[in-house]
Design a protein around this ligand. Structure first.
Ligand code: XUL
Ligand code: CO
Length: 437
């Protein structure tokens, strides 16, 4: 096979002074920060669906992407060739992982069994390429939203047959993920939500989603798939009310349905902002509850109300993400999957390199800044000082469970008024953060 990216050689780290657009200025996989190599901090992953299947189409016009390796026929031969091109890209980029949906890597057949066969044929190539390059599968997932059969949802459809078809699809996707040594499996709701409550039995739908996830967990156990399951929140799009709205809603769903020991969160930056949260908030919320799993790294244009899935270049965003990751000890099973696509106008193959290099460098830059903030310790000390009323006296006693409303009433009647509040100093905190950039 002739190289699809013949003009690009392996991307190297050249340091912050480099002017080479096809080099890393910050991401140096071997460099250690807080005792761990950058490679292990990030566990970067390429999203197959955007990078190798994105064609640049939008509601106003067709695809624009120039992809000379595509034959133009949606068959298994083209899919196998594309898989080899994908691995050439990932190898040159130096990404240690990738993620896929079943229908991204292999075409859907006319029947379920033909679809299974197509997936097996492409998985064979993926396995060969994984063995050739050492690149691994971070997680797999199933596309339960594109085919019109899922118009009402998959696990939450009003049509029980749609649930059954989705079950068959996820069963197969789990088998293939296992076969490829996948380290995880992600549930993103797709069309699991509703548009109008008048025609919707929400309780029944949410119960079915829980049943579906339990079946997946049971089947994983049955076949010996030991990868981590993830649940990816998104508040809207395609449906108006998605059941996986944000981390808090997902964690509540998992706990309410006895799934908390099997499923962690996969948190996406653009989905966080669509929910009216910052990524910083979503990550901290998941981590503090013990649900930090994996990250879909991207950025959403704050002036647009949809999932723009841009490559992350905002170093404030990457610094905040790395602050949370460092605070909670980093990934155990997850990684940073670039669930991001090049703009419709960035149609040349080399743009795929610029996009990923920029994202990886933004994270490496953010990691260095986050580590510097932590090493200095000033912010941490200021936060501790802000909460110092809880370290002794009545605060420590409340935390230790030594008080009731009655005893606190007695305390306050004696004291009369609270100890004077201190300034929150938000501006100073923000100024100090800026000194590390
Ligand atoms: C959709 C999205 C998905 C999931 C995987 O917004 O983020 O690509 O990451 O199904
Ligand atoms: Co995603």
């Amino acid at each position: 096979m002739s190289a699809a990216f013949a003009d690009v050689s392996k991307i190297k780290f050249e340091g912050p002074q480099s002017k080479n657009p096809l080099a890393f200025r910050h991401y140096n996989p071997e460099e250690k920060i807080e005792g761990k190599s950058m490679r292990d901090h990030f566990r970067f992953s390429v999203a197959y669906w955007h990078t190798f299947r994105g064609n640049g189409g939008d509601p106003f016009g067709p695809g624009t992407m120039h992809r000379p390796w595509e034959s133009g026929t949606d068959d298994v031969a083209n899919a196998c060739n594309r898989a080899r091109v994908g691995f050439e890209f990932m190898e040159k980029l130096g990404a240690p992982y990738y993620c896929f949906h079943d229908r991204d890597v292999a075409p859907e057949g006319k029947t379920l069994s033909e679809s299974h066969k197509n997936l097996d044929a492409v998985a064979k190539v993926l396995k060969e390429e994984q063995q050739r390059t050492g690149i691994k599968l971070l997680w797999g997932t199933a596309n339960l939203f594109s085919n019109p059969r899922y118009m009402h949802g998959a696990a939450t459809s009003c049509n029980a047959d749609a649930f059954a078809y989705a079950a068959a699809q996820v069963k197969k996707a789990l088998e293939v993920t296992k076969e490829l040594g996948g380290e995880g499996y992600t549930f993103w709701g797709g069309r699991e939500g509703y548009q109008c409550l008048y025609n919707t039995d929400m309780k029944r739908e949410v119960d079915h989603l829980a049943k579906f996830m339990h079946m997946a967990v049971d089947y994983a156990k049955q076949i010996g798939f030991t990868g981590q399951f993830y649940f990816e929140p998104k508040p809207k799009e395609p449906t108006k009310h998605q059941y996986d709205y944000d981390t808090a809603a997902c964690v509540n769903f998992l706990r309410a349905n006895g799934l908390q020991d099997h499923i962690k969160m996969n948190i996406e930056a653009n989905h966080a902002t669509l929910a009216g949260h910052s990524m910083h908030h979503e990550l901290e919320y998941a981590a503090m509850q013990g649900f930090l799993g994996s990250i879909d790294a991207n950025y959403g244009d704050l002036m647009l109300g949809w999932d723009t899935d841009q490559f992350p270049t905002d170093v404030y965003l990457t610094t905040q993400i790395m602050l949370v990751l460092l605070k909670y000890g980093g990934f155990t099973t997850g990684g940073l999957n670039f669930d991001a696509k090049v703009r419709r106008e960035s149609f040349e193959p080399v743009d795929l390199f610029y996009a990923h290099i920029g994202g990886m460098d933004a994270f490496a830059h953010g990691l260095k800044i986050a580590a510097a903030i932590r090493a200095d310790g000033r912010l941490k000390k200021m936060v501790e000082e802000r909460y110092s009323s809880w370290d002794s006296g009545v605060g420590a006693e409340i935390e230790a469970g030594k008080h009731s409303f009655a005893s606190l009433e007695k305390y306050m009647l004696e004291k009369g008024e609270i100890t004077a509040n201190k300034s929150g100093r938000q501006e100073l905190f923000e100024n100090i953060v800026n000194t590390y950039f």
